[in-house]
Design a protein around this ligand. Sequence first.
Ligand code: ADP
Ligand code: 5GP
Length: 291
Amino acid sequence: AVVFLIDTPFVKQQRKIKGSEVVSWSKGVLGVAQKPVVISGPSGVGKGTLIAKLMKEYPSKFGFSVSHTTRSPRVKEIDGVHYHFAGRSKMEQDISEGEFLEFAHVHGNLYGTSIEAVESVTDEGKRCILDIDVQGARSVRASSLEAIFIFVCPPSFEELEKRLRARGTETEEQIQKRLRNARAELDQSNSPGLFDHLLVNDNLEACYENLKKLLSLDDDHKDSDGCFIEDGKATACYSIMSKTESEVFLQSETGEVVKAAANLLAVDLSSLTGGAPGRTRGLKIHSINSI
Ligand code: ADP
Ligand code: 5GP
């Protein structure tokens, strides 16, 4: 099976024009990309705080998957940075068109991770961090995205309530709803095969240290940061010339081939691992010829 044919609008259009299968990417990562990190936990437990610390300490290593949501922005939230704030009908439309990796109804609003959100981080060569709820974690588990799943627990329910109130971003009604949902989320934290790690966020610094430890311990590909075929002006587009059991030969179609690549590529199929769905990822192009 050719696993890297992607139904982006661009690919659909190219396929229609050419009447044949096409492969396209804007940036191909050579080498195995690092597994994204999914962080879940009840509202107010400190997920955002931990993620912000990680991104501040390692700005070039980690990137945040900016989710879409139908909830209203909080005072300090910036559209496109914390969330893509979206209208419900547009978001539902985009979901139905297959643009989302996962979505869920959480605390009365629709939240979701677009494929683009994960891909744009991975395209920068960074490890992607997703802050999503338990339903979302379940969906990602069931998807083709290989990730590490971490659940953050509060030291106690009382402390969770205290933090949520102290944050001062929700109405009383919203706080009550979030606390009710927290019980269900905490119940699911031990769901078999769902989370790889549980972290208790009691003392923030101690929890942060544990998070860091866990990420480097779990980092299967610590030393392979991947290298890039730099983005050309336009998306390079290749059509499939021929296939064998282990290789696919691609012929450039656009002429605007990415810098490091050439007109004819041979792609080793065994190297197609560890990627996010949506685009080519982790390709080992072991022979590149100009014709
Ligand atoms: P989440 O993203 O999980 O909803 P936040 O990161 O917004 O939670 O944290 C909720 C509140 O709790 C914030 O005001 C934050 O400053 C505070 N907080 C986070 N971690 C701790 C901790 N370990 N001890 C005390 N307060 C914390
Ligand atoms: P908040 O409104 O506090 O930002 O987020 C509420 C909950 O929605 C949190 O549990 C957060 O993890 C979750 N959430 C945020 N983005 C997404 C997403 O893209 N998908 C899913 N499933 N949950 C999300």
